[in-house]
Design a protein around this ligand. Structure first.
Ligand SMILES: Cc1ncc(COP(=O)(O)O)c(C=O)c1O
Length: 359
């Protein structure tokens, strides 16, 4: 029994280990996860409250078009409701753009290392993937533009990027968008948008309409709803129309829709989340400096740190102490680990265990 040819080339995505799995497998009681760039403060309380109130209705199918969530976000972002598509996490939007626009053999351009789903989903769709290396942990947008041909259907850019934690500036993005072929879709993934505080960081929504651009965002990170799976894409009504045609009818479940509406109202939670990340990074940077560990300064909620040739072993030893971080081998960054900023107590515990291992 053989699958489609394209499926044979797919490198399955390896997610960070869940807390329960580590507890079960290693017989540990107290495990912290700093491996999947989630929000350590928990979910937005307003989201939880909204879900509790709604829970008695889950015998019904959800609203397929996310009507109320669509209205709420459209109002907040001052963009027409028909310019949105919602997904089972923003991950699903990656698959939808490929399903709607990429034929087998069409080209897509991705950077390396970046979010692994772009390549995994593109290869599952039989796309021809052009990989452009990052330069000093940043997008080389000039090289990416050079890689674009008239057969390029999609260019993927995460801004800020995962796992690098770096960002593309307003000037760089504008320069990149100028003169791209009309048929090329720019997929601008802003999963970590809410954390960025830099003045020259562009808001992708400002560029809608100028190119074939789709901007994606998620409730998984700053809003603390990773377990619900809800994200969205914003683009031209025409691009959205084709993506809607290939979307599953009930792809975003009703609790996710209700929870996301609750989270949108929770300004206080967003402020607290950003503060925790800002302060957590300050603490971690100073500890890394004191330990002589090099790191890539991050505009988001995780940090790429250089551990050296023993990074795999360090990850394993941290795991045995109940601290889950991400080994970067699957990204080709053999000497690095990526750590998500946790609560104050988690950041301290991570540093304490790391010191025991490497000093
Ligand atoms: C750059 C980037 N895009 C998208 C996602 C997917 O997020 P979601 O939970 O919305 O599917 C992630 C998750 O880690 C990410 O790092």
């Amino acid at each position: 029994m053989l699958p489609r040819k394209a499926v044979l080339n797919v490198k399955p995505y390896q997610p960070g280990k869940p807390i329960e799995e580590v507890k079960r497998e290693l017989g540990l009681q107290d495990v912290i996860k700093m491996a999947s760039n989630e929000n350590p403060l928990g979910p937005s309380p307003k989201a939880v409250e909204a879900i509790r109130k709604y829970a008695g209705n889950i015998n019904r199918y959800p609203e397929g078009g996310c009507f109320y969530l669509r209205q709420a976000i459209a109002k907040k972002l001052k963009i027409k409701p028909e310019q949105f598509i919602f997904g089972n996490g923003s991950d699903e939007i990656i698959g939808l753009i490929l399903r709607a626009f990429v034929n087998e053999g069409d080209e897509v351009v991705v950077a390396s290392p970046t979010f692994l789903m772009y390549e995994a989903a593109s290869s599952a769709h039989g796309a021809k993937i052009k990989v452009v290396p990052m330069r000093y942990f940043k997008y080389d947008l000039k090289a990416m533009k050079d890689a674009v041909t008239k057969n390029t259907k999609v260019v993927f850019i995460a801004n800020p990027d995962n796992p690098n934690g770096t960002y593309v500036t307003r000037y760089e993005l504008e320069d990149f968008l100028k003169g791209l072929p009309g048929e090329t879709i720019v997929f601008l993934d802003e999963a970590y948008f809410d954390f960025v505080e830099e003045q020259d960081y562009p808001n992708g929504l400002d560029y809608l309409g100028k190119n074939n651009l789709i901007v994606t965002r998620t409730f998984s990170k700053a809003y603390g709803l990773a377990g619900l799976r809800v994200g969205y894409g914003v683009s031209s009504p025409e691009i959205i129309k084709y993506m809607e045609a290939v979307r599953e009818p009930f792809n975003v479940n009703s609790l996710a829709q209700i929870g996301a509406i609750g989270a949108l109202k929770d300004k206080d939670f967003l402020v607290r989340s950003k503060k925790a990340v800002r302060e957590g990074k300050k603490f971690l940077y100073s500890e890394f400096k004191a330990m002589g560990i090099r790191y890539v300064p991050s505009v988001t909620n995780f940090i790429l740190i250089e551990i050296g040739s023993k990074s795999g072993e360090v990850t394993e030893r941290l795991l045995k102490k109940g601290v889950i971080v991400r080994n970067m081998k699957a990204w080709g960054l053999e000497n690095f680990i990526r750590v998500t900023v946790g609560k104050e107590s988690e950041n301290k515990r991570f540093i304490k265990e790391l010191k025991k291992i490497i000093l």
